[in-house]
Structure formats: C-alpha cells, structure tokens
Design a binder for this molecule. Structure first.
Ligand code: GLY
Ligand code: MN
Ligand code: MN
Length: 439
C-alpha cells in the first residue's frame, strides 16, 4: 500500500541539517538490496539516516541536498527507480519520480539512472561534501568520479577536489536527541518488546528448542505491529548464555537451567533492546538466584544514576563496583575491591560495557565523548543499561552452583529533565514477579 503523504517531520529534519552546515552538500545513498542466493534477496531495510531524512523505503535511491546560492536555502533532490508497469506486477508498486515529489515532499526528483550524469553539476554548488566513504564501492566510485568531473569542467582552475566529510557525527548529533514525534514510536517498540519477553517467560518449558522461543518472540512482535527485529534475537539456554553474541538458537532447553533472551522489535524504524534471564522450569536454583539478584542490584543502581549530568563511564563504573563486590562476597574471587577493579580482574565474569545509545539502530549513532571527556547525559537521550554476569564453560574454579551460567538484565532508558524513565519496565525482572508470571 502506497502512502499519500509522509509526515512533515522528515522535511523539518532536512531543514535543520542544512541550516546546521551552511554551504555543504549532502549525499545519502539508500541501502543496497543484497542477494541471499540466486533470485532471493535478504529482506530489505532502508538505511537509518536515509529514512530519517526522507521516510522513503525503496532501494536504488539517492538523496542529494544542495545549497542554493545566496539565499541560504537549499534544494532537496531524490533520485529514485522509474515506474515500470511490467516489473511492478512482479515486485510491487513504486512511487517513481512523481511520487518522490508529491508524497515525500522533495523539491525535485529524477530517475536513478540520471544520477551519474547530474551529480557533477550538483557538486559545483557547495564548498564541501558530506558523504560516507567506504560503505559501498560502486557509490564511492560514482562520487569520486563526479567530483573529479566537476573539477575538470571548471577548466584550469588550480582548485582541489571538494573536501569529503563523513556525515556520521552531524547526523549522530541530531539522531541522539529523541524528539516528541519520535517518542510514540519508541514507546511502542518498547511495549511490544516487553510483551514478547513476558510471553516467552510464560510459555517456555523444558524440552522446547531455543528457536521455538525465538519464533514466539517474532510472532508477538509482528502481531503487535512490529515490521521486523531490530537485531538478531539471542535466545540462549544454560551455558549458551555465556556466549555474548550467541546466535545459533538451536539447542534444547533444559529444566533447572536459565534462558537468556536478548531481543528487540522494531516499530516504524525504532528498535527496543531488552534482555531478560529467567528459569526454563518453574524457579531459579539457589546459585542462579544469588547471581541473578546481584546483577539486578547492579542494574537498579545504574538506573538510579541515569539523569542529566551523569555519564556512561560513571554508570559503568557503578555496575563494575556492585558486581565486583558481589564476586568477593560470594567467594568467586579473592582480593581487594579497588585492586580488582584497577586490574580489570572482574572482566572474568563481566567482560562487556554497561550500555549504549539506542534508537533507529540498536547501537545507535552519536558521540560518546566531547572534547575528550565522557559526554554528560541530557534530556532526550535514549540508552540501554545492561549489566551481566557470565561464568564461562571452561571455568571450573568456581563453586558448582555457579557454573555454566550467563545472566544479563537490560532495559531501555529515556533521560528526562529530572531523571529518567524506564520504557521497558513492563518486562518483569524481579525474581518473585517472574516466578509468579510463570506459575
Ligand atoms: N542486543 C545487543 C546489545 O544488547 O547490545
Ligand atoms: Mn544492548
Ligand atoms: Mn540487547
């Protein structure tokens, strides 16, 4: 079903971007369609920044933003696939050049096969070019050739090629701060993801396969309006949870073991990112319970810190302190707390960081430091808080009750003026609540 008109915020974003960089040209290619095997493609998803600026979901497209001389204004141009009635019978309707203008509100649109002819002229209209080199070879060649052709066409001018700047930081700065029109979509992604985690907690039984739970999560996402997952779901039973990026999801689920699910549904291009770790059978064993409560204590202490002025390294330090203190009090390691933190000895059980920006991409864009210092959190930023505890399969140097366990608890936190809001709190994480839900 084709749209009649995209919301006005896409144009507002283009306006803000061009206003922030006077004299600059921006080139954004769409995502590529990638073959999985002959005539079968991987599902297409538009590149996040391209979508952020256009709302346009077709492949083989290019957004070009060029300043207009003198006026301080700019022109937005989409290069898109031409309409093709024959092909559209097979592949579905396209917007074509007319739709690009009438539905997506750009100033001009041309067929994509005119891009290489038109680009050199467009590149004469600015002082620098924002374009991300190194993502797609064909596109890089096109841009470099066009720049060279633009320069040559000036005759013997002595001029250098226009400087090429990666737009990641400029776009990252915009996308880092979530705006009122983004929040309903973000909230929806979080709600439907929390619902999927609750469903998995209720439905899991010993003897099932990990991929059955993956399918159940997918189904719950989709039937609640999610278009796709934000990243490949991790559904890791027992010791598989100690593998941080476990993706096989094909093992059998056993009683008395835990299931770690790290999954997020995407809604209108915004993803959630929740992890919960819960019993496959009825309840946590006593060793699992002690490690679980330690991770939860660390996670809650970190969320408590999340407010304007706090920093990601500060929050991470808190997680490390609580977890390392627990390693000592549970007898998993011996020594002095500060020495263990300084020597990074805690990484034996906690090898990853405590959070990341979240948004259209699961590991979203945006600088983590400013002027060499950790960046202070501000209202509108959206991040995960996800401490964990992992006892690797080869680690026989811990009491039996703690062996072969991987636990992570991850929520999605919106920084507000006065503190934060946990958008994924509908997924239970207190042991008694999880056990009550299961039984
Ligand atoms: N699901 C990826 C992450 O938690 O960072
Ligand atoms: Mn995460
Ligand atoms: Mn995650």
């Amino acid at each position: 079903m084709l749209l009649k008109q995209v919301p006005a915020f896409f144009k507002k974003r283009r306006d803000a971007l061009m206003k922030s960089q006077p004299g600059a040209i921006f080139l954004f290619p769409s995502s590529l369609e990638v073959l999985r095997n002959p005539d079968v493609h991987y599902p297409f998803r538009q590149e996040s920044s391209f979508f952020y600026l256009t709302g346009f979901e077709e492949p083989e497209s290019y957004l070009v933003l060029v300043p207009t001389s003198g006026s301080g204004g700019y022109q937005s141009i989409l290069f898109v696939r031409k309409r093709d009635p024959e092909l559209e019978i097979w592949e579905g309707e396209r917007y074509g050049v007319e739709g690009a203008v009438s539905v997506f509100g750009v100033d001009e649109a041309y067929p994509i096969d005119e891009l290489s002819k038109r680009l050199p002229d467009l590149l004469k209209r600015g002082e620098k070019v924002f374009y991300r080199i190194g993502m797609m070879r064909e596109s890089d060649e096109l841009v470099l050739n066009s720049l060279e052709r633009a320069r040559k066409s000036l005759g013997r001018s002595g001029k250098a090629l226009l400087p090429i700047v990666d737009p990641a930081e400029v776009l990252g700065e915009m996308r880092l701060f979530k705006t009122p029109e983004e929040l309903p979509m973000i909230r929806r992604a979080c709600e439907l993801t929390a619902l999927a985690h609750r469903t998995a907690m209720k439905e899991v039984r010993p003897g099932m396969k990990e991929f059955e739970i993956e399918a159940l999560i997918d189904y719950t996402f989709r039937r609640n309006g999610s278009q796709r997952v934000g990243y490949g779901s991790i559904v890791a039973g027992g010791v598989n949870a100690a593998c941080l990026h476990y993706r096989a999801n094909n093992d059998i689920l056993r009683d008395h073991e835990l299931l770690l699910v790290d999954a997020g549904g995407e809604f209108e291009y915004y993803t959630s990112d929740i992890t919960r770790t819960f019993p496959i059978g009825r309840e946590y064993t006593s060793g699992q319970a002690k490690l679980y409560d330690l991770v939860l204590k660390a996670q809650m202490a970190c969320i408590e810190m999340a407010r304007p002025g706090a920093t990601m390294p500060g929050i991470h330090r808190k997680a490390v302190e609580v977890l390392t203190d627990g390693m000592l009090s549970l007898g998993l390691m011996k020594g002095n707390l500060e020495d263990m933190i300084q020597s990074l000895a805690y990484k034996r059980f906690y090898p990853h960081n405590t959070g990341h920006w979240l948004g259209m991409d699961v590991h979203d864009v945006g600088l983590y430091t400013q002027k060499g210092e950790p960046r202070k959190l501000q209202a509108g930023m959206f991040l995960t808080i996800e401490p964990g505890f992992y006892v690797q399969p080869g680690d026989r140097d811990v009491p039996e009750e703690y062996r072969n366990i991987g636990i992570r608890i991850e929520d999605d936190i919106l920084i507000t003026e006065n503190g934060c809001e946990n958008l994924t709190k509908d997924a239970p994480k207190v042991r008694s609540e999880i056990e009550a839900l299961k039984n």
